[in-house]
Design a protein around this ligand. Sequence first.
Ligand SMILES: Nc1ncnc2c1ncn2[C@@H]1O[C@H](COP(=O)(O)OP(=O)(O)OP(=O)(O)O)[C@@H](O)[C@H]1O
Length: 527
Amino acid sequence: MPSDEYPQVIANWFLIDELGSGYSGSIWRAQHLHTKQVVALKLQDIDHECLTNKFERNFYPLLRGGKGMPILYAAGEEQELDYLAISLLGNSLHTLFKKSKQETMDLRSVCCIAMQIIERLEFMHHRGILHRDIQLGNVTIGPPGQETTLFMIDFGFSKRYIDSKTGAHIPDSTKKRDFIGNYWFSSIGVHCRGKVPSRRDDLEALALMLIHMLTPNGLPWTRNGVPRDDAEHDFLKSTKRGMTAEELCEDLPNEFMLFLKYCRRLKFAEQPNYKHWRETFRKLAVSRGYGSSDAFIWPPPAPRVSRAPPARTVAPSKNQDMAKIIEDLCKLKLSSFDKWTGAVVDPNVANQNMDNAAKQIREGPSSEEQIIISSGSEDAYDVSPKVAKSQKLDKLTKRTRLATDNKELSSVVSDFVTTLQLYSKTLTREGFAFLEALHKQLADPSVFLQATSLRSSEISAEVIPAKLDVLARLSLRVLSAKNNAILGEMVREFVDVMQRGPSSARAIPKNGFAFLEGLAQRLNVLR
Ligand SMILES: Nc1ncnc2c1ncn2[C@@H]1O[C@H](COP(=O)(O)OP(=O)(O)OP(=O)(O)O)[C@@H](O)[C@H]1O
């Protein structure tokens, strides 16, 4: 029901419920009394200090026909209210993101948002219009049947940047202007330097919005909420100005940093290369195994792993990386043996398998067997996972590196097991990186100070028995391991055995999970 502020019916539109409200007024789901058409009715007091509805209505005809552009069905004034009847769309990204209670949005969704909004901006710019207020609340999903298409809304701050008569770009100016846009995502030039907005600023705002969605707690200057006075606003601006693209994108795929830098380098009247950046985000999505579609699917469905995931041959540089990891593991193994057990180990025997694996990977596939390393992208998802397996594993690796006690390590190992069981049981590059970090943590004397000696019988049993035997033995031994050094050795042995054979053998079998679960349990006991 409408509040006391609004009548039940405005110009034959019956107000059903409020969809949202903002600076200019409020938006209602409304139905026409005669045609029964249902629309979003945007209401604004006619004595509002900034009559954005009056500007906004001029842009709909110019944008008509564009994908993801709402249609204006009616506009007018009645009962002291200015109204716009526009296409009724779905929830805004702001609402979806808030409701999801996720710390960050998943990478696939963000890539789709990037591809689609770049396309919307290209269309708007092509029609000579700047949006000038890019933010999560101004992008919605489509109505039922079009939910995977993103729509631009709120053209209250939009502006023509091409003179309709001369076709010329609006002139730049050195005169400082009043700020138009939003605190979170408006570009540094427009927000902090008072520059005239142009196409580059719409794109920079998009870049900041994408980075915001991928950053836990959001962009640094959004964390204190909306500024309440000039001092807080100045502080916000100085934080925004002070952060480099590298700092903002430290933990993100490189593409986001490059995109932000590109936007910031564009000249005032320069036409952005929309296609290049759409394709860049498409390639990023493909490289992570999400496919090339830009359809925005919300909520991101759980991954569906195909029965026969397509294997990917690793590029030479990736081979080098993997070989390095394995070589490092070899070194760690030896040092932990020497330091912590005092046991006499013949490195030629003990390291044989890992050295071979490193060599094989460095030199490339043999004729009979291709060396294939699965990455997060190996899982063939028909649809995007809510949070990609690779991202989850990366986070777990970070947590492992930061862990300072067994309790935390135990919880990380449990999460590792859950992640593999939820997404796919194949040990990917990120999975091996996690195990490497775990091995380091368990073997690191600065963190774990229990060093009881390992009986030589426990070592001599390691002469490359069949994989399942090793895993079965590990799953039993882990339950009685006396200290972290022994657990570290078991992790090393687990990695070793999982590295053997072709990639098709990298799915963790039952005994492998029994070992990991036992490891989590044991770490909890050995606090
Ligand atoms: N056409 C629509 N269909 C469905 N919901 C809509 C529509 N237009 C707006 N909304 C909802 O209302 C909210 C506010 O809309 P809008 O941004 O157009 O208003 P505003 O007063 O200009 O807001 P702001 O001050 O935040 O810019 C949106 O975030 C969205 O949730």
